[in-house]
Design a protein around this ligand. Structure first.
Ligand SMILES: Nc1ncnc2c1ncn2[C@@H]1O[C@H](COP(=O)(O)OP(=O)(O)O)[C@@H](O)[C@H]1O
Ligand code: SF4
Ligand SMILES: [Mg+2]
Length: 333
């Protein structure tokens, strides 16, 4: 059996929240941003992570590489637990796990040229490479991500959002990572550019044999790029399944609600489809509901849902709901 590239086990992130006026003896308050999340990601595969803003997607991604205060285990290639590594040992893995972010311009140094920006990680992680080799690799990577050679001396502000994201991708991939974490990489881009960037990522993934974690707040964005999709709500995993299973037969009421909100290209189907409303606001993550955290907005909630925390179970299709299954017409009315 293939060893997973990365195995997250019961990952938890709690932020200590302090408020102005808190005294040393004030009881500490915590925000449980990621609560007991587990997954395996195989080499070369993509895990899509979806959920509303604030549900813990970025925190989970950051936790995997010690950028958030996490508990649990994150096993890399069947051996080291990334959460238990000293900062100096963690540094070794930093080139193997790269991240790209939502706002590409903000993550590029405005005083560096495109060539310098893409070369920088190579200079850090591969000091053994000579100048000419670095230059060759930078030009090759620019070509791969669709940036023209004459752009090499331009500065970030001279590029469009889509081009900046291409620079971010080139910069991440130049050190030949095994895992690329994409944190809402297309959310800030126009729809037409979104498709181009996703296509580019898919192409690069199959050429380079990369694994990806692809985060989005919309199920339609991750549909085609993901082998498996995980749905988060208030820091907890609601449902996780191979992509084709999740889209064909969503079992969790939350997943069904998210899916019903995805626009369908066929105008007739779009007009006739039922959108499952999510009643009320997202509860505060400082005071999540007891039992099932989704119960305050769930059309199927029963008394038992306030008592028991549903567990996702094991297997290919995991669903953290006490009463899983398709919502009926009466429930969504
Ligand atoms: N450094 C931090 N300190 C305190 N709370 C944080 C911090 N980072 C994130 N949070 C909180 O954790 C929750 C999850 O945030 P985040 O992971 O950014 O969500 P998402 O990426 O899904 O929008 C939110 O309630 C957010 O306010
Ligand atoms: S456990 Fe209850 S409240 Fe939670 S999703 Fe299932 S039916 Fe809804
Ligand atoms: Mg985020």
């Amino acid at each position: 059996m293939t060893t997973p590239l990365i195995s997250a086990r019961d990952v938890n992130v709690r932020f200590r929240i302090t408020r102005p006026g808190d005294m040393p003896w004030t009881a500490p308050r915590h925000l449980h941003a990621v609560n007991g999340v587990s997954f395996d990601l195989m080499p070369g595969q993509t895990l899509g992570i979806v959920g509303e803003s604030g549900c813990g997607k970025s925190t989970l991604a950051r936790a995997l590489i010690q950028m958030a205060p996490a508990e649990g285990q994150v096993i890399w290639q069947g051996s080291d637990d990334l959460l238990a590594l000293s900062p100096s040992r963690m540094k070794r893995y930093r080139s193997e796990i790269q991240m790209i972010f939502q706002d590409p311009l903000a993550s590029l140094n405005p005083r560096m040229t495109l060539g310098q920006i893409i070369a920088e990680p190579l200079r850090t992680h591969r000091p053994d490479l000579g100048r000419d080799e670095v230059k060759t690799r930078v030009r090759d990577m620019m070509d791969r991500v669709g940036l023209l050679p004459q752009m090499i001396n331009r500065y970030p502000h001279e590029f469009s959002g889509g081009q900046c994201q291409r620079i971010g991708i080139a910069r991440a991939l130049i050190v030949e990572p095994k895992l690329l974490i994409c944190d809402e990489p297309v959310s800030a881009l126009d729809v037409s550019i979104q498709a181009q960037v996703i296509e580019l990522l898919q192409e690069l993934q199959s050429d380079l044999g990369l694994a990806m974690i692809f985060i989005a707040h919309d199920l339609s964005v991750v549909k085609h790029i993901s082998d498996e999709v995980m749905v988060l709500y208030l820091g907890r995993m609601m449902e996780k399944a191979p992509s084709e299973l999740l889209y064909a037969d969503p079992q969790h009421p939350y997943t069904q609600a998210l899916m019903s909100a995805v626009p369908v290209p066929d105008p007739v189907i779009e007009r006739e489809k039922t959108i499952i409303p999510l009643h009320g606001d997202l509860p505060s993550p400082m005071a999540p509901p007891s039992g099932c955290v989704f119960r305050t907005r769930c059309p199927r909630a029963e008394a038992a849902c306030a008592e028991e925390v549903p567990q996702p179970g094991r297997g290919r299709h995991q669903c953290a709901c006490l009463f899983p299954g398709r919502l009926t017409a009466e429930e969504v009315a």
